[in-house]
Design a protein around this ligand. Structure first.
Ligand code: DGY
Length: 326
């Protein structure tokens, strides 16, 4: 029997290819640039499966061009690139990769926090510049991280992984979320709940870990920055549009906050020129980018696809109702 045909918008990693090639006839996009939209639509004409990255929009238009498609498997936990409602309407299963990137993402949020507080970007530039004159008492003095207050916005898996790391730095941890965590979780992580405004007023570092939803788009706007301490830093490894970048730039210019560590942007790969300043550490959406984690993410996407074509339930379905209806 012919194997189901799957288009993969990236060569993936070998372990993921092995999983996929066993159950499917996979066609891999191997060019260094992301596949152009018309090419993607063309390739999907006869495919039953798609494995894509978050740079590909799985929209109604794309689904229309893929009449045989049964699954769109994202190699990411965030799925704001996928129109899940449109997928459901067309009976296409949508999946993501939750869980495997939590610790790696928290590591990276920590990296940004340390880097911006201790002025690592400026220090690295100076060390490489050839003009460094040697140690000086007040050279690039930054801000301590240890012993400060960490405010976590969004207390899901990644937010909690942040909290766990904070105890080693003797930090006070406060968090906010639409749903308050169980008392046992608060106790275990030594985290105290705050309403958003109280958290902003109290935190030395505000680290954002919410998904991009209609209600979180533009969550960090001018009034939020005005509530933060002028000595506080914003760290964002969630999604760019959660932060109103123009408002962030204004807050930085007006010294309403001390700086920011950013991995994600409102209109990637465009980065607002006002963010390219000394007190902002910028990374190109790298939070989950360790070889171990990215391999696990790719394997998970492959497993989701293979499961569906074996007649099983893909483990990470975003729209389980598609299978329930059939
Ligand atoms: C995700 O998975 O959503 C990240 O943004 C990329 O790893």
């Amino acid at each position: 029997m012919a194997k189901p045909r799957v288009f993969v918008t990236h060569p993936l990693f070998e372990p993921a290819r092995e999983i996929l090639n066993e159950g499917c006839e996979a066609e891999y996009w191997a060019q260094p640039d992301r596949p152009p939209r018309p090419e993607l639509m063309q390739r999907l004409k006869d495919k039953e499966g798609l494995i894509c990255l978050l740079t590909e929009r799985v929209s109604e238009e794309l689904l229309r061009a893929a009449p045989k498609l049964r699954i769109a498997a994202n190699v990411a936990v965030g799925f704001d690139n996928i129109d899940v409602v449109a997928c459901t309407k067309r009976g296409v299963v949508a999946t993501n990769t939750p869980g495997v990137l939590d610790e790696t993402t928290a590591d990276f949020a920590w990296t940004l926090m340390m880097a911006v507080a201790r002025r690592l970007g400026e220090g690295e530039a100076l060390a490489r510049s050839g003009i460094w004159q040697g140690w000086d008492l007040d050279q690039l003095v930054g801000t301590d991280v240890w012993g400060k207050t960490l405010g976590i916005v969004g207390f899901g898996r990644i937010g909690r992984a942040m909290a766990r790391r904070a105890s080693g730095f003797q930090m006070k941890v406060i968090y906010t979320d639409a749903v308050r965590a169980l008392v046992e979780v608060e106790k275990e992580l030594k985290a105290e709940f705050r309403e958003m405004n109280a958290l902003l007023a109290e935190s030395d570092f505000v680290s954002v870990h919410v998904p991009l939803l209609p209600e979180t788009r533009g969550l960090f706007d001018a009034p939020k920055f005005y509530r933060m301490k002028p000595t506080a830093f914003l760290i964002n490894t969630s999604r760019g549009p959660v932060v109103d970048e123009a408002a962030l730039v204004a807050a930085l210019e007006e010294k309403k906050i001390a700086g920011a560590g950013l991995d994600v942007y409102e209109n990637e790969p465009f980065i607002h020129s006002g963010l390219k300043r000394a007190n902002v550490v910028l990374a190109p959406h790298l939070a989950s980018a360790s070889l171990e984690t990215r391999t696990k993410m790719a394997c998970m996407a492959a497993q989701n696809v293979v499961a569906l074509f074996r007649g099983q339930r893909p483990p990470n379905m975003l729209n389980p109702e598609v299978l329930e209806a059939s």
